[in-house]
Design a protein around this ligand. Structure first.
Ligand code: NAD
Ligand code: ZN
Length: 249
């Protein structure tokens, strides 16, 4: 276990954890970069195209349900559990995540301490009225229609989409505000499993550092903002975090 990280966590009063796709690879969910990963096989569907064409919406639902068959049963790994432990101790105030897999919630962290910058892929929402739809019902309607039409909103007839933020879709304002406030109030910011290439997400670690917090990056390979960090650990996430909190990985 990295002595400096443990000492800095001990010394810190308010820690913010920021996670990317690397957080969940040990749960069996591929990140963006792994060859053959679910996200890398196809061009993403842009938000504008999803809105503009029923054919694209049908394609989006087809892909979504195919991906869920592969990764739907994923469970929190030792890294998620270690973070939940630090939240329960009152050390970590917020987890800001780019992930959409719901695994931080499943690890036992209260929803109000998790800030999802890219939404959540375990349910769907109407883009017009905001009504929440469960995926099982959408899937049943989709299959019943021979996968030829995209299910509409039960409440208003509007367009229903997985509750994630697509390429081309605006970042969620409330989450961005909450992430900024959490970042500005921490004294230690730990960025975990993100290549930190995607803005605005990569902005939060830099903001924390400029605001006087210590910045630690834990990632298997170098990231674009390593130079700004006080400590970079090129290591496996589960091992580092379970070592940090004294849990077996
Ligand atoms: P990324 O794929 O660009 O970067 C992930 C980083 O994690 C890589 O640098 C990789 O080397 C590292 N990594 C992977 N497994 C690791 C491990 N076990 N230990 C240490 N390092 C490890 O991910 P990103 O920066 O989060 O950007 C991808 C975007 O795609 C995200 O914004 C997210 O919305 C979406 N996405 C989400 C999921 C998910 O919800 N689990 C999965 C894939 C992609
Ligand atoms: Zn609606």
């Amino acid at each position: 276990m990295e002595v400096t990280l443990r000492q800095w966590v001990d010394e810190a009063e308010r820690v913010v954890v920021f996670t990317g796709a690397g957080m969940s690879t040990e749960s069996g969910i591929p990140d963006f970069r792994s060859p053959g990963g679910v996200w890398s096989r196809m061009q993403p569907i842009m938000f504008q195209d999803f809105l503009a064409s029923e054919e694209m919406r049908v394609e989006a639902w087809r892909r979504k349900f195919a991906v869920d068959v592969e990764i739907g049963g994923a469970q929190p790994n030792s890294g998620h559990k270690a973070i939940a432990h630090l939240v329960a101790q009152g050390k970590v105030t917020h987890v800001i995540t780019q992930n959409i897999d719901n695994l931080h919630q499943q690890s036992g962290i209260e929803a109000d301490k998790i800030i999802e910058l890219h939404g959540n892929g375990t349910y769907a929402k109407c883009l017009d009225c905001g009504f929440r739809h469960e995926l099982e019902q959408i899937k049943a309607a989709f299959v019943a229609g021979d996968e030829k039409s995209a299910p509409g909103c039960q409440s208003c007839g509007g367009i229903v989409k997985s509750a994630t933020i697509s390429f081309g879709q605006a970042m969620p304002e409330d989450e961005m505000r909450r992430a900024e406030a959490a970042t500005l109030s921490c004294d230690l910011f730990i960025a975990i499993g993100s290549s930190l290439q995607v803005m605005p997400a990569a902005g939060f670690p830099v903001l924390a550092r400029h605001n006087g917090a210590r910045l630690v990056i834990i990632n298997r390979e170098p990231t674009d903002i390593d130079k700004a960090a006080d400590l970079v650990l090129n290591a496996e996430i589960g091992a580092v975090l379970s070592g940090l909190v004294g849990l077996n990985s």
